[in-house]
Design a protein around this ligand. Sequence first.
Ligand SMILES: Nc1ncnc2c1ncn2[C@@H]1O[C@H](COP(=O)(O)OP(=O)(O)OP(=O)(O)O)[C@@H](O)[C@H]1O
Ligand SMILES: [Mg+2]
Length: 465
Amino acid sequence: MELGLRIFTKHPAQLIRNIIKPLSKQGIEVINHDAQINGPCIVFFDDVNGEITACIRQMSNGGLNRVLAISSQGSKLDQKEKWTILYAGASDVLTWKKNEILVAMITERVKRWSMVDEIVDSPTVRENLIGRSPAWLLLLRQVVEISRFTSDSVLLVGESGTGKELVARLVHKLQQQNNKGRLVLLDCSTIVPELSGSEFFGHERGAFTSAVSARDGAFALADSGTLFLDEVGELPIRLQTELLRVIQEGTYKRLGSNTWKKTRFRLVCATNRNLEREKNHGNFRSDLYYRLATWTFRLPPQKERKGDILPLAHYFLKNLCQGKDSPHLDKAVQDYLLSRQYPGNVRDLRRFIERVAARHVGPGPVTIGAIPEDERRANPFIAETWPDHQFESTIRCALLRGKGINEMCDATRETAYNIVLKEEQNDTDRSSRRLKISKRAVQMYLKNRRSGTGLTGSDTLCSAK
Ligand SMILES: Nc1ncnc2c1ncn2[C@@H]1O[C@H](COP(=O)(O)OP(=O)(O)OP(=O)(O)O)[C@@H](O)[C@H]1O
Ligand SMILES: [Mg+2]
């Protein structure tokens, strides 16, 4: 496992070497960080200033790279400074006290990240939950960590068609437990009020007129496994109370029985309602809300994960072809897919691909003529207006954090440079064309960036390994 290294401290190199050497014994090699490296990094720093936050922001790449920020031995960070570093994009902020403790703190964190990444890259996740856009990847990392390392309850919120059921299945699949039970799905929006007790609790023979034989309910079926309550916002208040009791006590009685039975399950709930608002309005019990929302994950809508549109489209096409070679999408169809709106999110995209595939015939790629007529009218190829709503919400966030227009302009410039230089692999010609500035300006920017890295003794440190 490799850790990138940046140093912003006047500490003698020897002190840092004292940390790096034992790390390599733990299988963690510390290498000189360069802006192109993707992966976890550590930053050693003395003071919290603009240089260090800019560096962390750049290294973290929107949260995709984990950055461990470590303040120098003896330095005292106040709460505000720790939060400043965290908000700049650090995954954690550590204070250097004793070498051995620091080494253990770094090692355990890096190991945990590596375990999470291994699962995120495993066929179970990669082949079923398509997408590697930043929003989707950050969600997957959180879901994987909580599913694998805890048995806590999980609440999945998000618009319709964003993949809540798919993620619920993943939570169950990843849970590590001896003699794991099954995943039981219950859609709370389809529960018939008169029979709802039986759906949950099961019943004895003769418990009510149509109970011709005894039957297990969801609580019994999910024992040692996972109970997935879909559309949990629709759960009637009476059942909310009963569910809360079962979660707390771990016991229930079948309808028509006086015997208490035991059950233990992981609870995963999903809703596209704003459950917190429902709770505040008294429509959802707050004690139950806190029980089932130990972890709340918000699934990003399709418009926040545009980078996943084409991989998802290819995945759906491949599934439709069932083993046969699936056709490619020609450029015009790809552009159309990228410009289209998806109010029904991934489900909408899947349906669209099904419709297009139904019209596609012959060899060669899927061409624009396969796009259904009604689609063409409803979604003419229009370039999206800019600035869009996402831009507005980013600015709103910055204003809320007290940022002024100059800071916002600086951050925008820095972000645009970072994105383009990375995508164009530091090619000044192509970058200047995309940024619509002179080649000279790009060269100057790169020069300043190189001289401002603050890499004081790391070259010698790394070659010393
Ligand atoms: N990342 C993904 N990779 C592959 N398929 C996906 C992905 N996300 C969603 N889907 C597919 O999109 C469809 C909708 O997903 P799912 O049923 O999980 O959404 P949902 O959030 O539960 O929707 P609803 O709120 O309407 O119940 C399913 O066919 C699912 O397989
Ligand atoms: Mg669903």
